[in-house]
Design a protein. Sequence first.
Length: 534
Amino acid sequence: MSRSVKTTAIGIDLGTTYSCVAAWFDQHNRVEIIPNEQGNNITPSCVACDDIEVLVGEGAKNQITRNPNNTVFDVKRLMGSKFSDKRLQEDIQSWPFKVIERSLEKPMIVLEHMGTEREFSPEEISSMILKNLKKAAEEFLGTPVTHAVITVPAYFNDKQRQATKDAGTLSGLNILQLINEPTAAAIAYGLDKLADRNHPPQKNVFIFDLGGGTFDVSLLTITKDGNISVKAVGGDTHLGGEDFDKAMVNHCVEEFKKRQNKDISKNARAVGRLKVACEKAKRDLSSTAQTSIEIDSLYDGIDFSIKFTRARFEELNAGFFTKCIEHVEKCLRDGDMQKQDIDDIVLVGGSTRIPKIQLMLRELFDWKQLCKSINADEAVAHGAAVLAAKLSDNGNKTVKDLILLDVTPLSLGIETNVDDMDILIPRNTPIPTTKEDVYVTMVDNQIGFTIQVYQGESRKTRDNIFLDQFHLQGVPPAPAGEQKVKVCFTIDVNGILNVSAELVSTGNKKGIIIAESGKLSKDDIEKMLKNVVL
Ligand code: AMP
């Protein structure tokens, strides 16, 4: 017999623009946010190559205007995505770094490192960010860190989740669990509130999480005894502060064209400088009604300056803001609740500091006050660290008593007739879960079944995300409708799907973990581990 050694597990918010790491501290009886080398609690999700080294975090972000083509940001938008994805293509157009297509439609990032071009998968780039956070945690804690809980947008699909898990493995971490970002924020918020003696037996909490690249909404109930259950989630994995920056950048590019008759949109350095200035101006506009951007020698030696009012910023982004509110309304409908049923509306994510967004939310919820008490930048990592503590048998009684019930964000099903989506697990079903259904042969003497798995809300599979397929052969000859196949869908706590099919007459069975198709093989992981330069 050996003595069990407590593992040190961290919680990581792997954000589109910034990441954050936290851990449970026995000495302080609470979670602490772990600062990076520069002493900051959040680290830019940025990786860059130059002639000498690979830079991660602040070092990478600080040199972005000098080295725009070799600095990667927004990598979360590439995770688990197909190269041909329409929205990814739009992103690629605006990114100064190069993204190419490799086998199985996988996007790869091309960077020049020590004079040679190298290709990196999105998982590899993310793993460098994770490694950097792991290192910061180890230095801060003075002990090796082996396990982690990583957060993902609630609206991430199966492939995006698996890609995140793979990035964790590549970084040398055992991933205890993936947890949805708004759920993690709810843990941070809920745990804080549970200490309150006047906590009602049950509270309905709406989490509005608008970050740099993703938007998540989540409706939960929190009970006094520490039960957190998600009722409905929604959102958009391609909506956030980066889009607002881009709208401002495009406006500046247009203005430059109007004034100088020159198109600077293809000049990576100029666009990079505009992006930095616009992001700063956007932040300013959250506290002032007007600001200005001034850039010396932006293009061809020409200086550029422009005034930005808050009203103009709001006008440029009105479409995005309206979309956010529509998602809130849909989530309320999905959770079968009225706006009056909501006790607390909790803001998470840097972009919720935008006054217009707060105003629109308050208007929707009949001018109810919004909870801004949790630290928007840190709440998600905080919640992940609580779960990491619980799963690694650390933490105090409140942490140990915590019960978490999450849901699956998107419906899962198979294609039956050509293009028809037959749903086995509807969206917002609590997870883990297992669902079965029986299907019959469609033609006489059909020799096999092809199980094609899709995720999404359309009744037509062509509008949903194709996850994977497999074939079950050896069906005994019989008239149409006689031979049956039992299809079983299982979703684990990470939201990852496992599908199996059994021929009822013979007992012949086959199954796959769906995300395996997008998942990196052991060989891939080994190859990549060699490639990860850190
Ligand atoms: P997060 O992913 O939650 O760290 O959010 C980062 C996003 O929040 C970035 O797009 C930032 O530009 C944005 N952000 C941070 N602070 C502000 C602010 N004061 N006003 C508007 N946007 C902000």
